[in-house]
Design a protein around this ligand. Structure first.
Ligand code: SF4
Length: 347
């Protein structure tokens, strides 16, 4: 791979970014805390969605001390809808460590930042370069796509080795000071608005079009190279909207694993028929009075897909194995994951 093309591209990316940057709230005057929160939210979530969440989060938790002392349920409520809730839990865990060991200030090197929960090489690079001007690259899928096309890279971008190599190649060439942040943001921006995935790069507008090896060969669509991934596991579930005197049953998920600690409607593995759903409720001594279907829904996680079937069950007895709340209380005070939002709307 010809790495000299990366060196030649860097000033062009910075110049292009200075002239074309979008004014996003976390870019106005980047602080280490603001970069940390925004980059954590942006993992797996679209910019348009993050803008609103970021504003609300920063208004309520403007610094490390506020984040460290927020109630867990309130934090989950602020995060509700963003998904991947472990990100929020890690933010608070890291804030507590920052208060105890770093005087409440985020460290300024990628190496030290990586020691905090939830901060990986990408987020550490973003904070160190954007907020502290350190020569630390932040390589995510967008940046990898730009680099892979720019250099016509034949390596599998899904492998950790490729990511490490890309980060190392960039790091050797990184500027320091203000330009370090501009390069990090410029690479991200280029991947988001011009070097688009799925064979739709806008090469005619790209500042790298004269250097880009994939574009030169007319082979933009061949890169980035991806070896096939393992298929997602499909999990069938039956979700129960148990209703008793205007209140619905919810329960907290276990503290570990998928959607840890969030609230959910009772559910069972498998797709139950209406008769089986009735039997399920009878077994729990809920004294079911009526059962009716409420529809099917699918949610795709990174490694698993939930294919869900739902039933509303009028319960004659509100068993205290569940927490019973009105629909308004559930919506206002309990963080129900996006995966179950379809059923929350049916309350
Ligand atoms: S020229 Fe096209 S393929 Fe190459 S970096 Fe720019 S947008 Fe991507």
């Amino acid at each position: 791979m010809d790495a000299s093309v990366i060196s030649e591209s860097i000033p062009k990316i910075i110049e292009w970014y200075r002239d074309n940057r979008r004014d996003l709230p976390w870019r106005l005057s980047p602080t280490p805390y603001g970069v940390w929160i925004s980059e954590t939210m942006l993992q797996q979530t679209r910019i348009e969605t993050v803008i609103g969440y970021y504003g609300r989060f920063m208004a309520e938790l403007p610094d490390v001390a506020a984040l460290a002392s927020v109630e867990d349920d309130r934090l989950m409520k602020l995060w509700q809808g963003l998904g991947y809730y472990s990100r929020a839990r890690n933010l608070k865990r890291a804030a507590l460590i920052l208060l105890e060991q770093y005087d409440g200030v985020l460290p300024d090197t990628a190496e030290e930042l990586c020691k905090l929960p939830g901060i990986g090489a990408y987020t550490a690079g973003a904070i160190a370069s954007i907020a502290y001007g350190k020569p630390a690259p932040a390589v995510d899928g967008n940046v990898l796509r730009v680099l892979a096309r720019l250099t016509a890279w034949e390596e599998d971008v899904m492998s950790t080795k490729t990511r490490r190599e890309a980060a190392a190649l960039l790091e050797e060439r990184y500027p320091i000071g203000h330009e370090a942040g501009l390069l990090t943001e410029g690479l991200m921006e280029l991947g988001e608005v011009l070097c688009l995935p799925n064979g739709e790069p806008r090469c005619a507008e790209c500042p790298l079009r004269d250097l880009c090896l994939a574009h030169g060969a007319g082979e933009e669509e061949r890169y980035p190279v991806r070896r096939t991934r393992k298929a997602r596991r499909v999990e069938e579930r039956t979700v129960f909207l148990l209703c008793s005197e205007g209140k619905y049953a919810i329960r907290r998920r276990p503290e570990r694993g998928l959607l840890a600690g969030l609230w959910e409607f009772p559910n069972a593995v498998g797709t139950l028929s209406q008769k089986e759903a009735l039997a399920w409720a009878e077994e729990l001594d809920l004294k079911p009075l009526a059962v009716s279907p409420v529809g099917k829904s699918t949610h795709v996680f990174t490694h698993v897909e939930w294919h869900m079937t739902g039933y509303r069950i009028e319960a004659g007895a509100a068993q205290d194995r569940f927490v019973w709340r009105t629909p308004e209380e559930i919506r206002e005070s309990y963080s129900v994951p996006t995966a179950l939002r379809f059923y929350e709307r049916k309350l």
